[in-house]
Design a protein around this ligand. Structure first.
Ligand code: NDP
Length: 292
């Protein structure tokens, strides 16, 4: 049996179309337009690509995009002052400070400086806390995207067991909270977990977010399980290749022949992240302005 491939590109495109329609409806009715500000510090090539792609997709759904670029050696106080200015700017509904930040800047201090109502990354302790206790708030984009992909397969998570590989604040922990809210029985695994393959084999749902190329093998997967591969890893280039291949945290070809449904890399979770950022920006806009 070969698994159903969960098409993140198509699901993300559908989500963007829904958002664009809602933005157009709001513009016609209220004459207002959501705005997303992205702050990029330094010129890390991967971050440049993400920021460019975010700006294009923001404009494509009818929102305003504001880009702020600061040099890699910008003092922390200057970055915090910009965040404060964006907090006060009424045209800005969402603020995203692209991570990672240079080592001289305290990332947590910057995250905590963002107004929780504009925290479209969902990283602020207020939003992380609201997720933890089941209150509405802004949820981190990659975990939210992973949940939407899972919901394209499962209408109900009651009685299903989920193993989350990875316990980071930006992926593993929020994914676990979201699945717990959906009534799955959740186990979070990490680098100190004993017998990871055995644990995975018990799971109806496996979410891999470890950043280790193809760590999860086909024989770790219970037949018919749903596998969400969050990992994005670039392998060293093979002979004759200019760039190495992108692979996930799951050995896709092996897992595909055992799983019931699986996300590819690329084309799975990746496209959902920016689509969910736009969804969060629209949510923040509506909440700030009391628009439905
Ligand atoms: P982190 O490095 O912050 O966390 C990795 C987690 O995996 C840690 O909890 C770590 O355990 C655990 N881990 C590492 N090695 C092993 C191992 N051998 N066995 C079991 N657990 C292990 O990574 P992120 O959560 O930020 O990202 C994870 C992956 O997701 C990366 O590949 C990243 O590129 C990708 N990603 C993709 C996004 C997208 O848009 N699709 C967005 C964000 C991330 P411990 O805590 O014990 O160290």
């Amino acid at each position: 049996m070969s698994a159903r491939i969960i098409d993140g590109k198509a699901i993300a495109q559908h989500l963007r179309e829904t958002i664009a329609a809602d933005v157009a409806r709001i513009a016609a009715r209220h004459g207002a337009q959501p705005g997303l500000a992205v702050v990029l510090v330094g010129n890390d090539p991967a971050s440049e690509v993400y920021v460019g792609s975010k700006a294009r997709q923001t404009v494509a759904v009818g929102m305003r995009s504001f880009e702020h670029r600061l040099p890699a050696d910008v003092p922390e106080t200057e970055l915090l002052a910009l965040v404060e200015q964006l907090n006060r700017d009424d045209a800005v509904d969402g603020i995203l400070v692209q991570l990672p930040l240079p080592a001289h800047i305290d990332t947590n201090r910057v995250i905590e400086a963002v107004d929780p109502g504009k925290d479209v990354d969902g990283f602020h302790p207020v939003n992380a806390g609201r997720l933890m206790i089941g209150l509405p708030g802004l949820v981190a984009c990659t975990p939210l995207g992973s949940l939407l992909l899972l919901q394209s397969v499962h209408a109900d998570f009651s009685g299903l067991s989920a193993v989350i590989l990875g316990r980071s604040n930006i992926v593993g922990k929020p994914v676990a909270q979201l699945l717990l809210q959906q009534n799955a029985t959740v186990t979070i695994a990490h680098s100190r977990t004993r017998d990871l393959p055995g644990l995975c084999r018990t799971a109806d749902i496996v979410v891999a977010a470890v950043g280790r190329p193809e760590l999860v093998r086909g024989d770790w997967i219970k037949p018919g399980a749903t596998v969400i591969d969050v990992g994005i890893n670039r392998l060293p280039p093979a002979a004759g290749e200019a760039k190495g291949r992108l692979v996930g945290d799951v050995a896709f070809e092996e897992a595909k022949s055992v799983a019931g449904a699986i996300t590819p890399v690329p084309g799975g979770v990746g496209p959902m992240t920016i689509a969910c950022l736009l969804r969060n920006t629209l949510q923040a806009f509506k909440a700030r302005r009391g628009i439905d």
